[in-house]
Design a protein around this ligand. Structure first.
Ligand SMILES: [Zn+2]
Length: 126
């Protein structure tokens, strides 16, 4: 498994710049056994950005809203963030097609089961 922090389309970069608080790029996991999927979005066809509403908090701030923990990077503080909206943007690498080439039929069937999902959170400052 390879964890990928996808690169973003211009529209996502602009949305992040417009948001006054830290934004988090959802990283994806690529199963290296299946080579047919896009190396940027791991086959999702989209990249996901979570826009935080508040934070960082030392303790878990709420159990009623989506939150995420970030380790801090010098610009964005370490702690818990309350997330507002999460938006999807068409992957700039595969243009939403999920694949970079047509894999053999059997690999496609197996690949569907190995479909990756967001598992980790990366950070990007506006
Ligand atoms: Zn893609």
């Amino acid at each position: 498994m390879t964890i990928i922090t996808p690169y973003l389309p211009k529209m996502a970069e602009m949305a992040i710049k417009d948001h006054p608080r830290p934004c988090f790029i959802r990283a994806v996991e690529l199963d290296d056994r299946y080579t047919g999927y896009c190396r940027n979005c791991a086959g999702l066809g989209v990249v996901l950005i979570s826009f935080s509403d508040s934070g960082p908090f030392h303790d878990i701030p709420t159990t009623r809203k989506p939150i995420t923990y970030f380790d801090g990077d010098g610009q964005t503080g370490k702690g818990w963030y309350i997330l507002g909206k999460t938006e999807e943007f068409t992957c700039p690498h595969c243009k939403g097609l999920s694949r970079t080439y047509t894999a053999p039929a059997k690999e496609q069937v197996d690949g569907e089961r190995a479909y990756s999902r967001p598992t980790k959170i990366g950070a990007l400052m506006p």
